[in-house]
Ligand binder design. Structure first.
Ligand SMILES: [Zn+2]
Length: 168
């Protein structure tokens, strides 16, 4: 465990802090990047996510595929479940999901079912990103903003794969 080493041991035990106030997309993307750093410190592909509802962070999560031995434990899936639980709602039409990497098709599909109001992502994922199939996979009412703090989001993933390569 490194300097961000807070142990999240179960899929649904993500810390939720109330942070009222109005912030811009960069502010919340920085929070998502902070989550991505937790992934990095847990030797997970560093992807982080936060969900914001009415200027409050209602869910935070990072990729936990290795920790949970679950290939579907993407940051967005965990954050969505966390937000449903926290808000006691099955639709997230008033929420914005911030994620450091373009969501895959599974996560975009989950966001469709959640009817997420807005999706903001950092780095594009030309291999696995949902936009390979066009925007059709998301709910028609979901607003999409891409490439917020793109460089920072991409660098953390690049650094991770460089460190993996150096270990081998
Ligand atoms: Zn995904």
């Amino acid at each position: 465990m490194g300097r961000y080493g807070i142990g999240y041991h179960a899929k649904y035990q993500n810390e939720v802090k109330m942070e009222p106030g109005t912030h811009n997309d960069e502010h919340y993307m920085k929070e998502a990047i902070r989550q991505a750093r937790y992934s990095f410190d847990h030797n997970e592909i560093p992807v982080g996510c936060v969900i914001v509802c009415k200027n409050r962070i209602v869910a935070k999560a990072y990729n936990q595929i290795e920790m949970l031995n679950d290939a579907t434990a993407h940051a967005e899936m965990i954050a969505l479940t966390s937000a449903f639980n926290y808000l006691g709602a099955k639709y997230l039409t008033d929420c914005t999901l911030y994620v450091t990497l373009e969501p895959c098709m599974m996560c975009a599909g989950a966001m469709h079912w959640a009817q997420i109001g807005k999706l903001v992502y950092g780095a594009s994922d030309p291999k696995k990103g949902f936009s390979q199939l066009g925007q059709g996979i998301l709910h028609p009412k979901t607003e999409v903003i891409s490439n917020i703090l793109e460089l920072e989001c991409k660098q953390i993933i690049d650094r991770f794969f460089i460190s993996l390569r150096d270990q081998n």
